[in-house]
Design a protein around this ligand. Sequence first.
Ligand code: GLN
Length: 477
Amino acid sequence: MYVFRSISDLQQDLRAGHVTCVELVQQHVMAIKNASHLNCVLETFETSALASAQRIDENIKNGKAGQLAGTIIGLKDTLCYAGHKVSAGSKILHNFESLYSATAVQRLLDADAIIIARLNCDEFAMGSSNENSAFGPVKHPLDPKRVPGGSSGGSAAAVAAGICHAALGTDTGGSIRQPAAFTGTIGLKPTYGRISRNGLIAYASSFDQIGPITKTIEDAALLFEIMSGKDAADSTTATEPVPHISKSLNDKKTPRKIGYITECVEADGIDPEVQAAVKSQLHALQAAGHDIIPISFPYLDYLVPVYYVLTTAEASSNLARFSGMHYGYRSSEAKDLEQLYKQSRSQGFGKEVKRRIMLGTFILSAGYYEAYYNKGQKVRRLVQDMTLAYFKSLDAIITPTTPGTAFEFGKNSADPIKMYLEDIFTVQANITGVPAISVPCDTHSNGMPIGIQVMCDRFNERVLFEIASQIKIPQKP
Ligand code: GLN
């Protein structure tokens, strides 16, 4: 099997004729079959992938190949790809086929990427462990007793297991970064508004962003560049120019002011080995000439509550469209219209999604709206103001990505609050809209990867990638 190193190396190998796109597709179809025990692939798009591969091989011969020629990409099952099924990890979208491709997906296709499969995820991207998928949990490639993280667990596991070169995930509160941290891959949540959400099945629209999960920082930067930018189909996309980062990652590094949140790095309840790994990276960055500055973020305890108040409210509204009427699953037992709605939704949605729809409906209901939704919006503003104020004097903020490493199946599933606390370090970036990346920074004594998170000011992905590229896993004797 072709040994993938990076997308730019792949371009050279394809041009030199060391491998062809058709061979790559055949090899990955086989790799997907061999990794079926991980349950990360819901469907392999073999026919369309092979057809694209043949076309791109021709383009390569004619010197007309796009920047991503032959890059084998997996899509989280929340992203539309025209003519292919998409189900958001849910029974309610049973047999639904996308009528158009998400803008981000189309931009990859236009650059000659090959979409190989759709990947398992928590239902409607709600979860931190992939235990909430209607199609069964995804297993961690290094230890099948453990979760790969969620909700983009299938995407992270697929990249870690080498069954695609890169994958797309979506991140509403950490769903790209947390599984990336758990599986030793790189996961980017761009600035809110960088990448169009057109064609992404919405969970919480003011939080959702699409982003890449990759093996290298350079690949993450390249995919980011290609997918980013204004899109008429999503009015929240920004006109801000998209920086070209992937080619300049090896340039001389500027000394930066990097803050670390003491409450995250020093608090009890965080795995001591995760703490030690993050501290040792901070020392290494200091030794490399950066200013490392401890900062306090007293609102840390409010982040998870405000995230769950606001996202469940948005989810209850977004998920109202799944009625059993127009598409997807429809209960066959209903006798009248009301029963049809009720039964289709009761049977079509899973437990966690129902919990969130009910919570969100309660939060938005007359009499509670002021106390929960409005209060939540106010706290969101406080968190935004404080975070953005820090970026007036700091270039970046560092935290662990997660309080611990990949946990065992069942460990958090009986207690939703415990599961929600998994998101404590990742939700800040979604609440404020800033970009954040998780990079592997060490291995725990339990054998699991540890991730470190870098956050930067809005639209400052250039510095985000520059700092992320300086994080190196320490060599152990
Ligand atoms: N774990 C978080 C949740 O369940 C994050 C999900 C996400 O980012 N999609 O809401």
